[in-house]
Design a protein around this ligand. Structure first.
Ligand SMILES: Cc1cc2nc3c(=O)[nH]c(=O)nc-3n(C[C@H](O)[C@H](O)[C@H](O)COP(=O)(O)OP(=O)(O)OC[C@H]3O[C@@H](n4cnc5c(N)ncnc54)[C@H](O)[C@@H]3O)c2cc1C
Length: 497
């Protein structure tokens, strides 16, 4: 049995793994990607020759963190494997059984004393007419294709949203020679008062802010239109996008003007991120609703322990707060795990980890405030004909009709049970935000009051046959002898060490 299983090899998971190993714990790290780095430091596959990671400004520490993680022979890694759920085992209350699945190698069960959820975040989906047309992609999706596979869109692109990632992606595309027609931001240009508030974000982040300024200057120099207070209201086309409809909005992101049409073959959307909490939901962790921090986030104590015994959390599932904070939380969670397993951890180690978190929070709270999505206004973009749940093909018309005929329904799970939104393979990742916003508007209540979708094993789609091995006893870890290469059974992805 491992001392600690970590799901996610982003900044949070990597720093947690190294800290836990430093305290003598046996650690396994599971990540569905082929290599370490998470979303922000996504690496190309190992067989892409000559690709070197160039972290964005302000993240100089990333290269060293990844190198240390990738060369640490104390760690067991399972790349290419998805954690699909945790099974309860009454006969062994101190053991958590984590089910992991690989597209070619089926399902295995890992035994662990502690679990750390460091699953990151995903692009916030927004439903509006035409959002399911081929050619409509999320900013993170495009960035992933360009960064990890060196694949860029062919044709001209409009980017729309409300998050600085949009600028990074626009810059990436322009550098790849992709014609960018326009970058539309729903926010206004910050007022002097807002800029004054944002000063809190400056210390330690000058390089990052300077890079953002430089990107803006590069885009405008190339004649690319960057439009504030502009939202996408529709994507048009027959079998794929051919034009994008943009409209002026007020400060609350409500459409004020007549939409205009921009020809484009791709529409890239970047309204921010949702915390990835499916695993935490499936295990039964308490969640809280916090819109600026990514919607539903995992509740935890000061050592990042969740409401479920032996389960810890770090990084974006605690709130979308950037890579600095994720890395700091990973270290703190690992110290908490070490203490919970009886290791002696000096108070100074906690003090240091908490100091890093405080510093990162100074920046992240400003960013969260500045870029919080206006969720009700985004919910209003869907017309009656718009598909809300793309897995089960449920339209807004169905939701509105159901809510009109069932005036006492006030939870998103009740909508799910009656209308099938969130019952498909994505388990609500695409539609939960829209359903929450539509329900809130119909009931004139805050979005969080409608609750959240529950999640069940498997949290990611797997062939039914892959589930038959779930009854097998959990695998045992091998002792962490530094001379022993990492665990190799069943593995398909490239290994560390
Ligand atoms: C698509 C995308 C692109 C981004 N690009 C940028 C950027 O360019 N600049 C920037 O400043 N910020 C970016 N961010 C924000 C960025 O996610 C955070 O700042 C930072 O990476 C968070 O670190 P983390 O360790 O919490 O999570 P992540 O870095 O997201 O790492 C989480 C890891 O968990 C893995 N995972 C998730 N669920 C499972 C599962 N069930 N089983 C197995 N593995 C799982 C994922 O594959 C991922 O590697 C991006 C976010 C996303 C979603």
């Amino acid at each position: 049995m491992f001392d600690l299983a970590i799901v996610g090899a982003g900044p949070a998971g990597m720093s947690a793994a190294l800290t836990a190993a430093d305290h003598g714990l046996t650690v396994v790290v599971v990540d569905e990607q082929q290599r370490a780095g998470g979303q922000i430091f996504r690496q190309t596959p190992e067989d892409f020759s000559g690709s070197v990671l160039h972290p964005t400004a302000g993240y100089g520490w990333a290269t060293d963190l990844i190198r240390r993680f990738e060369t640490d022979t104390r760690l067991t890694t399972e790349f290419g494997w998805s954690a699909i759920g945790v099974l309860s085992d009454d006969s062994e209350p101190d053991c958590l059984r984590v089910a992991i699945n690989h597209p070619e190698h089926g399902t295995r069960v890992l035994g662990t004393r502690r679990l750390l959820i460091a699953t990151g975040a995903y692009d916030l989906p927004v439903a509006f007419p035409g959002w399911t047309l081929p050619g409509v992609v999320t900013a993170g999706g495009v960035q992933t294709l360009v960064k990890a596979q060196k694949i860029a869109p062919v044709g001209d692109v409009v980017l729309a949203g409300a998050h600085p990632l949009l600028l990074l992606v626009a810059d990436l595309l322009v550098r790849d020679g992709v014609p960018v027609r326009e970058v539309a931001f729903a926010q206004s240009i910050p007022t002097p008062a807002e800029m004054l508030h944002a000063l809190g974000a400056v210390p330690g982040h000058l390089r990052m802010l300077a890079e953002t300024g430089a990107i803006l200057a590069r885009l405008t120099r190339k004649g690319i239109r960057v439009s504030p207070r502009t939202i996408v209201t529709a994507a048009h086309g027959t079998d794929r996008v051919s034009r994008v409809e943009l409209a002026r909005v007020n400060r609350q992101w409500k459409v004020t003007g007549t939409p205009r049409q921009v020809p484009a073959s791709h529409l890239v959307l970047g309204y921010g991120f949702s915390a990835s909490t499916e695993l935490a939901r499936q295990i039964g962790c308490d969640l809280v609703y916090d819109s600026p921090r990514g919607g539903w986030v995992v509740a935890h104590d000061e050592r990042l322990q969740t409401s479920v015994p032996h389960v810890f959390v770090s990084g974006e599932p605690t709130g979308v707060a950037g890579a600095d904070q994720s890395r700091a939380e990973g270290a703190l969670a690992a110290l908490g795990v070490a203490v919970s397993l009886g290791c002696a951890v000096p108070r100074a180690a906690f003090t240091e980890a908490e100091r890093h978190i405080r510093k990162a929070t100074q920046f992240s709270t400003v960013v969260q405030r500045m870029f919080e999505p206006a969720r009700e206004a985004l919910g209003d973009l869907a017309t009656r004909e718009t598909t809300i749940c793309r897995c089960e093909l449920v339209t807004r018309d169905t939701l509105d009709g159901f809510l009109e005929s069932s005036p006492f329904v006030s939870s998103v799970n009740a909508v799910k049970l009656s209308c099938r939104t969130g019952m498909g393979p994505c388990q609500g990742r695409y539609c939960e935000n829209s359903v929450g916003a539509i329900l809130a508007t119909a009931r004139k209540q805050p979005i969080g009051l409608g609750g959240r979708f529950s999640a069940h094993l498997p949290i990611k789609p797997v062939p039914v046959g892959d589930l038959q091995t779930l009854d097998a006893p959990p695998e045992q870890s091998e002792p962490n002898d530094p001379g022993t290469p990492p665990h190799r059974a069943f593995s398909a992805g490239p290994r560390i060490g």
